[in-house]
Design a protein around this ligand. Sequence first.
Ligand code: BDR
Ligand code: CA
Length: 320
Amino acid sequence: MQRILIDTDPGVDDALAILLAMLSPELHIEAITTVCGNVSVTQGTENLLRILGVLGLEEFPLIAQGEAQPLVKHLVTAAHVHGEDGLGNVSQLRNADGRPLYPSANTSISSTSGVDLILETVTRYPDELTLVALGPLTNIAKAIRKDAAKMQRLQRIILMGGAVEEYGNVTTTAEFNIFVDPHAAHEVFHFDVPIHLVPLDATHQIILTGERLHAETDKRPNRITQFLKDATQACMEFYRQHVGFWGFHIHDALPIGMLTHPDYFESVPAHVQVETEGILTSGMTVADLRQERRHPNPNAQVCIKVASEAFLDHFFERLQ
Ligand code: BDR
Ligand code: CA
């Protein structure tokens, strides 16, 4: 059993990742912290409660709301991809009697900040905790600034972000999570803790088509599969219009799969740096993956290949 803390900006693919993690018996989610990104942090926290509400849990991980603004830049959100509420507008759906179809889970938000909950959790489980980062790295950079010695006791950080040999998804060179807070990402990559990066190079290898999603969810109609269909509709429509296929990339689910099924993933060591200044390249992750150019001091493992069919089969097996 692996102890994890999820830091997230929920987010449709964050929702899938959280559900996958909650349904993975190999993982124990000690805490979940929210951060601004896909939507404002308050909306993200509301979304998190809605996502957890789908599962009908009796016990909940600790939850805390994190940072509302990136370290330096103004917040850029992605509501145009994830729907106005960040969850495909499932917050608007109602039962016949007018009650919300997806109500928030009946649990409370901790009064401590996201940054403090991260520090408290790593202190509770020194050298044991994996921090899974699914959004901009603002909370993590702030936790490092606040108490680097405590953060040094993380076992590792697995983060979805960046684009190394792949084009970006916000600008030509930058991936969303790094683009939103490149200064935080820069500080995290310069921090001495094992980092495993899951960039677009890997996440773009998995294409979840609308056809597959509907075929799989129709096999076993239940609350979770209905949520999967409802929450992903807007996102799949965005992809149909702007990316060229009906479906989407389930970016944030990959780090969760990597924890439970590491053999599906192939990674190489690299020295990853983040561009914080460039007019055309702000938020770009720069790393030379060529074997002969390998940096003597790699600061991360970079995932470059995923067994996509095996991963998707596993994903649906767990989420049904
Ligand atoms: C990342 O950006 C967000 O929109 C997604 O939730 C994911 O974390 C992909 O670039
Ligand atoms: Ca995310």
